[in-house]
Design a protein around this ligand. Structure first.
Ligand SMILES: [Zn+2]
Length: 363
């Protein structure tokens, strides 16, 4: 792999070339959130108070799911401080925006801002990076999954994207709650419980059948939208000890209107260099990266990245290689040899030889 640099190293070289305006909070971005809120709440109310045919309820579920996802992208931004600076307002709007996923603002900042962003793709420190071969070998339960044929495993993985973010964020609550100051723990717990209670309250108010359309199907859709970005943004890249966004992140390209709906979340490498920047300026950052380090930058159409995720395994063998834990097929990661136009396994490992800590000696 090329010599790595921290995100601060890149930021120091790009920021003098950007307008000061790029680093100012933009409260008007809340209007997008308000639009999502009105549409989403209206759709939930319509499902609750009317008896619509199946297909109309399904259409409304798609609208609600897209709204949940859109608001979560905005919540991510708000809690990075790009919308308002006042800490109380930041927590309030951030909590509202993540209400569907029951993610409290304090948990999110600890997990995402202070851990994922600081230690992106670090094998042991990033809670969002994928498993490595050792952890599979050590767990009989995880090993059981690899008895299944590759196509079945990959299909399960894609269906898992429909619950992935809910599953992971709930895990993160139980992982991080212990790390909060005991005095803060009740507030963090309340930020998780309040939205949870509200969604159970909705179930009691409108009944199970309508709740499926008002909450469950929308959550499957929102999970899939968010997870499509989350998975493609880092999981094809190598794990890195130095947090180099050009090595460990991938920017995906999507149609312009999707970028508008998702607040430019596709510019993920840019986001990891400047997490506190107004995303409107990410295309400008991309231009600068392409001028200065074109050979290091990774970008791919979203659909191509999803196909690459389907073909490659989701277990790291070394920090730069992925391995199929049933077949032993080893694949390169992005920037270390993986060609998204022609994905092939570069060699086969004898899995009985995959010993604990092998990758430590390899790197
Ligand atoms: Zn972020």
């Amino acid at each position: 792999m090329k010599e790595l640099h921290t995100f601060g190293w890149y930021a120091a070289r790009i920021s003098p070339l950007l307008p000061k305006e790029a680093f100012k909070p933009v409260p008007s971005r809340l209007l997008g959130g308000l639009a999502y809120l009105v549409v989403t709440l209206s759709a939930i109310i319509v499902i609750g108070v009317t008896d619509l045919p199946f297909w109309l309820n399904t259409m409304l579920a798609i609208v609600i799911g897209s709204g949940f996802a859109g608001m979560s992208f905005l919540g991510h931004e708000i809690l990075h401080g790009t919308v308002v600076r006042n800490p109380i307002l930041k927590d309030f709007f951030g909590g509202m925006a993540f209400w569907s996923f029951c993610i409290g603002p304090k948990l999110w900042r600890k997990w995402h801002n202070l851990t994922h962003h600081v230690h992106t793709q670090h094998r042991d420190k990033d809670p969002d990076t994928w498993s490595h071969a050792d952890s599979i070998q050590e767990s009989p339960l995880k090993r059981l999954f690899f008895v299944l044929p590759k196509f079945v495993r990959n299909t399960i993985y894609f269906f898992f994207l429909m619950i992935n973010f809910t599953f992971h964020s709930t895990n993160m609550f139980f992982k991080f709650i212990k790390e909060f100051n005991p005095k803060k723990q009740p507030v963090v717990t309340l930020e998780f419980l309040l939205p949870t209670i509200s969604w159970i309250g909705l179930l009691l108010a409108i009944g199970f059948e309508k709740w499926i359309f008002a909450y469950i199907i929308p959550m499957l859709i929102a999970n899939f939208i968010l997870s499509s970005y989350i998975a493609t943004n880092h999981n094809l890249n190598p794990q890195t000890d130095i947090n180099d966004p050009l090595a460990n992140s991938l920017s995906v390209t999507v149609p312009k209107f999707i970028d508008v709906l998702h607040f430019n979340f596709s510019y993920h490498t840019e986001h990891h260099i400047f997490p506190g920047m107004n995303p409107k300026f990410y295309p400008m950052v991309k231009k600068k990266i392409l001028e200065m380090w074109p050979e290091r930058y990774h970008e791919m159409p979203m659909e191509k990245a999803m196909i690459a995720l389907f073909i490659t395994p989701r277990v790291y063998y070394t920090k730069e290689e992925l391995i199929d834990m049933q077949l032993g097929d080893v694949y390169d990661s992005l920037g270390t040899g993986l060609d998204p136009n022609h994905i092939i396994s570069k060699r086969k490992e004898d899995l009985t030889e995959v010993s604990i800590n092998k990758e430590v000696s390899k790197n």
